[in-house]
Design a protein around this ligand. Structure first.
Ligand code: ZN
Length: 358
C-alpha cells in the first residue's frame, strides 16, 4: 500500500532534520504537501545558487546564500497551507536565523535584559516574522519564531509571539518603507529616554547621517496607544526613544541595519556623557558642515525633519540644538583674591563674638 504524506508529515520530517528529497518515490502527497514540497525545493535550489532574497533585501551576515523569497502576493488572504509552506521554507529559515543572530548581538552588547527586547521583519503585504515572548534575545532558536498578521494575530509558530508586537506592526503600517524593526533597552540611550531628552545634535557625523531621533511619551508597553505614539513619529524619524522604557528603530534595508541604529545611538549617548564630563564646552559642527551631512543622509534615503531648512533655521530649530539641555554648566566664579587686611578684621570680629559667649 502506498504511503500518504501530509503537510504535517513534511513539517515533522523537517523538524527532525530530514532531507525531503529522500521521500519514497511512490508516496502519495496531499495537495497541501505537494505545494509545500514545491516551495521547499525552490528554496533549496535558491540556496544552492546563492540567489538574493526577492522581496525586502534582508541580507545580514547569515544570508550569504539566500534562498528564493516567498510568493510575491503572500498575505493574510493566502491559503493556510501556503503560509505554512512559507513559514517552513528555506528562505524563511534564513530570516529566522538572522533574527537569532541579531538577538545574540543585542544580548552580548547588553542592550537587552531578562526577556526584554523584540525584533520583527516584514515578510508579506500584511505579515511579519517576529520574536517570541519570554525568551532571552541571546538564546533564541529559529524554531522559536512566530508569523503574525498586522493585527497581531499569530498564524504560525509554536511559541507565543512577543507582547510588544503591536508597536512593530503599527510602524510597518504607518511607514511603508520599513522592512525591519528592532526594540531594546540600551542603558545610555534609555537614560536619555527616561529624562525625555533627544540627544544633542551637531557633534558626530555617523549620528547625524544614520539616525533621526525623537522621543515618544510613556504608555504601558504592548498597548495599541504606545504603538500609536511611536508610529506618529516614524514618517520623519527612524529611531524613537520611548520615554521611561527603551528604544525602537526601523530600517528600509534590513534587520541588521535596524540594529545598527542601536549601536550608533548607544555609542553616541555614551560619548555625549563623556564629553559632558571633560570640563570644556563641546565643539559643534557649523551649519554648513551639518548641511553637507544632511545631503548625504538624503541621498541614502534616510528621513530627517531638517531636510529643506535654511542654515539659519537649522540653528534656530529646537531639534538642531537640544544640546543646550545637556550643556556643561558654567564653571563657578573664581574665589576672590586673598586680602590679609580683611582676614585680620574677620578674625577680630570672630574672637569678640566667641569671647561674649563664654
Ligand atoms: Zn521593551
Amino acid at each position: 500500500m502506498k504511503q500518504v504524506i501530509s503537510l504535517r508529515d513534511l513539517e515533522a520530517l523537517l523538524r527532525q532534520g530530514q532531507d525531503l528529497r529522500q521521500l519514497p518515490a511512490d508516496a502519495l502527497l496531499t495537495p497541501a504537501a505537494r505545494d509545500f514540497l514545491r516551495e521547499w525545493e525552490a528554496g533549496q535550489l535558491g540556496a544552492r545558487n546563492g540567489s538574493t532574497p526577492a522581496r525586502d533585501g534582508n541580507s545580514g551576515p547569515t544570508a550569504s546564500a539566500s534562498p528564493a523569497g516567498p510568493p510575491a502576493e503572500l498575505s493574510t488572504q493566502s491559503p493556510p497551507a501556503e503560509l505554512e509552506a512559507f513559514f517552513h521554507s528555506a528562505w524563511c529559515q534564513q530570516l529566522k536565523e538572522q533574527i537569532c543572530d541579531i538577538g545574540r548581538r543585542l544580548w552580548l552588547r547588553e542592550y537587552v535584559d531578562g526577556n526584554g527586547g523584540n525584533l520583527a521583519i516584514r515578510v508579506g503585504k500584511d505579515l511579519a516574522l517576529c520574536t517570541p515572548t519570554l525568551v532571552s534575545k541571546g538564546f533564541m532558536k529559529p524554531e522559536d519564531m512566530c508569523l503574525v498578521d498586522f493585527t497581531g494575530r499569530q498564524l504560525c509558530g509554536q511559541k507565543k509571539r512577543t507582547s510588544e508586537i503591536l508597536m512593530h506592526l503599527q510602524i510597518f503600517q504607518r511607514q511603508p518603507r520599513a522592512v525591519a524593526t528592532c526594540h531594546c533597552h540600551p542603558p545610555y540611550a534609555t537614560g536619555f529616554a527616561v529624562a525625555g531628552l533627544v540627544p544633542p545634535t551637531c557633534l558626530i557625523p555617523e549620528f547625524e547621517v544614520f539616525a533621526s531621533v525623537a522621543v515618544a511619551p510613556y504608555r504601558t508597553p504592548g498597548t495599541p496607544e504606545m504603538g500609536q505614539l511611536v508610529a506618529e513619529l516614524v514618517d520623519q524619524h527612524n529611531t524613537i526613544l520611548m520615554a521611561n522604557h527603551g528604544v525602537v528603530s526601523w530600517s528600509h534595508l534590513n534587520l541588521e541595519d535596524a540594529y545598527f541604529k542601536m549601536e550608533i545611538l548607544e555609542a553616541y549617548c555614551r560619548t555625549v556623557l563623556v564629553t559632558a564630563q571633560l570640563g570644556k564646552p563641546p565643539q559643534t559642527m557649523t551649519p554648513q558642515q551639518l548641511r553637507e551631512l544632511l545631503k548625504i543622509k538624503q541621498e541614502l534615503g534616510i528621513p530627517d525633519p531638517r531636510f529643506g531648512l535654511k542654515e539659519c533655521e537649522l540653528c534656530d530649530n529646537d531639534q538642531w540644538r537640544p544640546g543646550v539641555t545637556c550643556a556643561i554648566p558654567p564653571r563657578p566664579a573664581p574665589e576672590a583674591d586673598f586680602d590679609p587686611e580683611a582676614e585680620k578684621a574677620v578674625q577680630v570680629i570672630t574672637d569678640e563674638i566667641l569671647a561674649r559667649w563664654k
